[in-house]
Ligand binder design. Structure first.
Ligand SMILES: N[C@@H](CCC(=O)N[C@@H](CS)C(=O)NCC(=O)O)C(=O)O
Length: 248
């Protein structure tokens, strides 16, 4: 049996799958893709994932992409502790969380980070180099968003919407943890894994939202998550570029 995981820093979507694989106790070959060097767009990697994104899992020669779907597969196929609640209704609640992370939490974080960072990145590169990098991004939507971010083109209305989303996510997490240790059914699950992958950088990147006074339960949950051996092992994966999670 061969298990190969292609991933970036232990942050964002890569951290999502790294947590699941370590929580299950699966031994795997780690292939680090340096996103700051645009290795996700190298020809060899595009043969694995033509979208030019990490993570990607290759199990016995078959390629799996999309972090949330990869995690469901990992839980279904491999031995180890269950990462889904037993009850189908609780599984539904778990998937509402993972969907919310993919559709709201992660994009809001990303767009705000791109707005803050991409203009500086574009200016720091030699003439034409940013455009050359953009041209190598296979996904048209991604290419256009990065070009827009570089020119400071996101509107105040869009930025406000993403900031509002982050406040809403924070409040939802805090509310879900009232009287509970984990987000769904008092059982650690893929919901905790997905939210944590994006939330781990919140106390640093969005400290006005995530702090001991405003969100004591969310802060305690972050510590509970970090204390899990599988999550700790995922976070301890090499961080070659000192990439900070909230910049994903
Ligand atoms: N929907 C995909 C998104 C993957 C994704 O956006 N990955 C980011 C890193 S967290 C990436 O590869 N970024 C580099 C790029 O898009 O060029 C998933 O959940 O796996």
């Amino acid at each position: 049996m061969s298990i190969d995981l292609y991933h970036g820093e232990p942050a964002s979507n890569s951290l999502k799958v790294l947590q699941a694989i370590h929580e299950k106790g699966i031994s795997f070959n780690s292939h680090y893709i340096n996103l700051t060097k645009f290795e996700q767009n190298d020809a060899d990697y595009l043969k694995i994932n033509p979208a030019g994104q990490v993570p990607a899992l290759v199990h016995d020669g078959r390629v799996l992409t999309e972090s949330t779907v990869i995690n469901e597969y990992i839980d279904t196929v491999f031995d180890g502790p269950a990462l889904k609640p037993d009850d189908p209704y609780d599984q539904h609640l778990m998937r509402v969380w993972t969907k919310y992370v993919d559709e709201v939490f992660r994009p809001s974080l990303s767009f705000l980070a791109w707005h803050a960072l991409i203009p500086g990145l574009a200016k720091s590169l030699p003439e034409g180099a940013f455009e050359e990098r953009l041209a190598r991004i296979p996904l048209r939507e991604k290419r256009e968003k990065w070009a827009l971010a570089a020119s400071g083109g996101f509107t105040e209305r869009e930025l406000d919407g993403w900031r509002h989303n982050l406040a809403e996510v924070t409040d939802r997490v805090e509310a879900a943890l009232t009287g509970h240790d984990w987000l769904v059914a008092d059982q650690f699950s893929l919901a905790d894994i997905a939210v944590f992958a994006m939330a781990v950088g919140m106390p640093r990147g969005h400290a006005h939202l995530w702090n001991a006074e405003r969100t004591p339960r969310a802060m305690a949950w972050l510590e509970r998550m970090r204390a899990r051996p599988g999550v700790a092992a995922a976070l301890a994966m090499p961080n070659h570029t000192r990439f900070v999670p909230e910049e994903a």
